[in-house]
Ligand binder design. Structure first.
Ligand code: ZN
Ligand code: FE
Ligand code: FE
Ligand code: ZN
Length: 278
């Protein structure tokens, strides 16, 4: 295990088994992070889908009642590992058209250090869910891409998020748009919106383990974000304690080669400082 750089990094994108598709105990994620030498981590489990009026899919999110457990687990871990690691409390929230008030009320109802904005649904279709992958066969890939990036831009413009996750998640299963789709233009549009919102984004190493075999987002997206001053976090999107900080050495090399210089530290939904990569 390469641990050289971990003291300068933090991982804010980690799930818990409350979401129904992650494994292990929350304390195991923490212990893995401590073993790696990470000074700070944050949990960002999937928010309850019922908050935005969807029917809960037990393989995608916790219940609203589970939120109390989630808060308690993080508080217990903070007490148990005090002095060893800083633990932030976050959430990965699905941006949902027409549901801004419900989302904002939910973000205000819990002591979040940060909210990660994600797009996993296009008009109710969970396009990145392995159980719903067959829907791709009935869709025009360029149109799916356009709809997806429209939502990402809208999510950023909502101003509700401290970080936007996996900016090009739509590529997960390896569906690629035609040459007619202006990917560079879409990347610039997304980067403009993220920059204007003051949010950060991530290099998400989980993409290396998905069918697409590429980190999220592609290098051009990272470059477009960096050019506009958007800070780039490194994220594992851990759904297993063994994923914490996964491939951060490789991600750090990539991030710095693309011009990224620092990752923000969040507390109470504000940036309180940065860790620098150099
Ligand atoms: Zn997940
Ligand atoms: Fe996600
Ligand atoms: Fe995630
Ligand atoms: Zn994610």
């Amino acid at each position: 295990m390469e641990t050289t750089h971990y003291a300068r990094l933090h991982d804010y994108h980690m799930h818990t088994r409350l979401c129904g598709h992650a494994v292990g105990e929350l304390n195991e994620y923490v212990e893995r992070a401590i073993a790696l030498g990470l000074p700070e981590i944050g949990f960002s489990d999937h928010m309850p889908m019922t908050v935005w009026g969807a029917e809960r899919d037990p393989t995608l999110s916790m219940t609203e009642a589970d939120m109390a457990t989630y808060v308690a687990w993080v508080e217990e871990a903070r007490a148990r590992y005090a002095g060893k690691i800083t633990i932030r409390f976050g959430v990965e929230a699905d941006y949902t058209k027409g549901r801004h008030r419900e989302l904002r009320d939910y973000f205000d109802a819990y002591p979040f250090d940060y909210v990660i904005g994600s797009v996993h649904f296009i008009e109710g279709w969970s396009f990145d869910h392995p159980d719903h992958v067959e829907m791709w066969e009935t869709r025009d890939v360029d149109e799916v891409y356009r709809a997806y990036f429209d939502l990402v831009v809208e999510a950023a413009r909502s101003g509700m998020f401290q970080m936007l996750a996996h900016l090009d998640l739509v590529k997960k299963f390896g569906h690629r748009p035609s040459a007619a789709l202006d990917m560079a233009g879409l990347g610039e549009g997304v980067a403009d919106a993220v920059a204007a919102s003051g949010a950060a984004t991530e290099i998400n190493t989980a993409g290396w383990y998905k069918p697409v075999g590429e980190q999220y987002p592609a290098g051009e997206f990272v470059r477009a974000c960096v050019a506009r001053g958007v800070p780039i976090l490194l994220s594992s999107d851990a759904h297993d304690p063994g994923h914490v900080g996964r491939d951060f050495d490789r991600a750090l090399v990539l991030a710095t080669s693309l011009g990224a210089t620092r990752a923000p530290v969040f507390e109470k939904r504000a940036v309180i400082g940065y860790r620098t990569y150099a």
